[in-house]
Design a protein around this ligand. Structure first.
Ligand code: ZN
Length: 437
């Protein structure tokens, strides 16, 4: 009403309104327009009602919902789709950086789909419902994680599986069964500490700590140096059983205990093993696998002093004609001879049941070893569950997945599966011994 009056009266009391009127007048006269204003009450104005409806493009979360979203997944730094009027605010009340559909005074960029979002920190987006799919595609394409607000529609929209596929459980939703975790970790600890490997390592560790304790300078594990380690190795020598004979000793090159004054020491291979154990021990305690002589820091067991010590021990024992002990390899021909020998023994009359048991057991063992070709120690841990008889009873198949050479990974079953024909090998006693209890 005021505008119509101002226009018709060619001005009004309000200076601001008069200025606007002047601008409208110059516009109208420039383009030769005849402008007439008429007042239409709201109830008669057809354009009035739609203009007062809430536009879904302008929708935003209620303050309460936004606080919840912020507390669960926030803080967010950017609102990917909004207008200046409905941008979300940070906890300090400052509007977030936001992308708009058209240029606006506070916009950080026009059109979300032309933006590179990879540098954004924890974005938030509440897209118009028709744009959910394109927004999800954009996020997937750029590979960024984002908080997205979508309606739960029925029937399920086409983008729902994509959303489910990429969504991650929030901290608020996961259920943690601490009792189960504690039980499992306790079980693992128990298994670890009861392994022979762990006990051996631990006993060496304790002996070494004890040795340090009794050393004159009483160094700790972190402050001990290469010389402490070497002293320890020298002290360990007194438990050795290898006599290092003098070059003039009459027993030079002979094995066994003799009445000479030559010293007993650890065999050089044992010293090497001991050093390796110490290296691992220091490494386990966080000292790494390198030694810096200048800073006197790191793993003293890998220092040049220790390497030199090992070399000297090896040279000394080589000069004393000490041959390193090695496991005797058993070749297939030997197994065959042993089996033939046991067969002959079994055919003899008059042997006791106890003796026969041992012979049958060994016969089964060597024959299985012969035909399977597995490591002997691995065969000893085959369990009954891993052995299956063929239906016609002509043989059996076994498959094992754990052993010295298999530890830690599983080979394809066919690699480890051997079908042994009982009749063909003439092994009537197999069934008794290969399948224990
Ligand atoms: Zn001697």
């Amino acid at each position: 009403m005021a505008v119509i009056a101002a226009w018709e009266n060619q001005g009004c009391k309000s200076r601001a309104l008069s200025c606007i009127m002047k601008e409208i007048f110059s516009h109208v006269s420039t383009y030769n327009i005849d402008l007439h204003l008429k007042y239409v009450p709201s109830c008669l104005n057809e354009a009035d009602a739609p203009s007062r409806l809430t536009n879904t493009a302008d929708s935003m979360l209620s303050e309460e919902s936004w606080l919840l979203v912020e507390s669960l997944y926030g803080p967010h730094s950017v609102d990917l789709m909004s207008l200046d009027s409905n941008v979300m605010k940070s906890s300090t009340g400052v509007p977030l950086k936001h992308f708009t559909p058209w240029p606006t005074p506070c916009s950080a960029g026009v059109n979300l789909f032309s933006q590179n979002l990879r540098s954004e920190q924890n974005p938030y987006v509440y897209p118009p419902f028709v744009l959910v799919f394109p927004v999800l595609s954009l996020l997937r394409e750029q590979g960024i994680s984002c908080t997205i607000i979508v309606p739960e529609m029925r029937p399920l929209p086409i983008w729902w599986p994509i959303l489910k596929y990429y969504s991650v459980e929030s901290g608020a939703d996961i259920i943690i069964d601490w009792q189960a975790i504690n039980d499992r970790t306790a079980d693992l600890d128990e298994r670890m500490t009861s392994s022979s490997d762990y006990k051996r390592k631990n006993s060496l560790f304790e002996t070494f700590l004890c040795f340090l304790e009794k050393s004159p300078k009483k160094p700790s594990l972190a402050t001990c140096g290469p010389n402490d380690v070497r002293n320890f190795l020298v002290w360990k020598d007194k438990f050795g059983k290898t006599t290092v004979h003098d070059i003039n000793c009459q027993y030079l090159g002979l094995k066994g205990m003799f009445e000479c004054s030559c010293p007993n020491r650890l065999a050089s291979a044992t010293v090497e093993g001991l050093i390796n154990q110490l290296v691992n021990l220091f490494d386990d305690k966080g000292l790494g696998r390198t030694w810096c002589d200048v800073e006197r820091k790191g793993n003293p067991a890998v220092s040049p002093v220790i390497k030199e010590y090992l070399k000297l021990v090896q040279v000394e024992q080589a000069k004393a004609h000490i041959l390193p002990k090695q496991a005797k390899p058993i070749f297939l021909t030997k197994i065959r001879s042993i089996s033939a020998f046991i067969s002959r023994e079994l055919q003899k009359d008059g042997s006791k049941l106890k003796e026969k048991f041992v012979l049958y057991r060994d016969q089964a063992w060597f024959k299985l070893q012969y035909f399977a070709g597995d490591r002997a120690s691995d065969l000893s841990i085959v369990v009954a569950q891993e052995v299956k008889f063929l239906k016609d009873g002509s043989g059996f198949v076994f498959q094992h997945t754990f052993g010295k050479t298999l530890r830690g990974f599983i080979l394809h079953p066919s690699v480890r599966t051997k079908a042994l024909n009982v009749n063909k090998c003439n092994l009537p006693n197999y069934a008794i011994f290969v399948v224990p209890d």
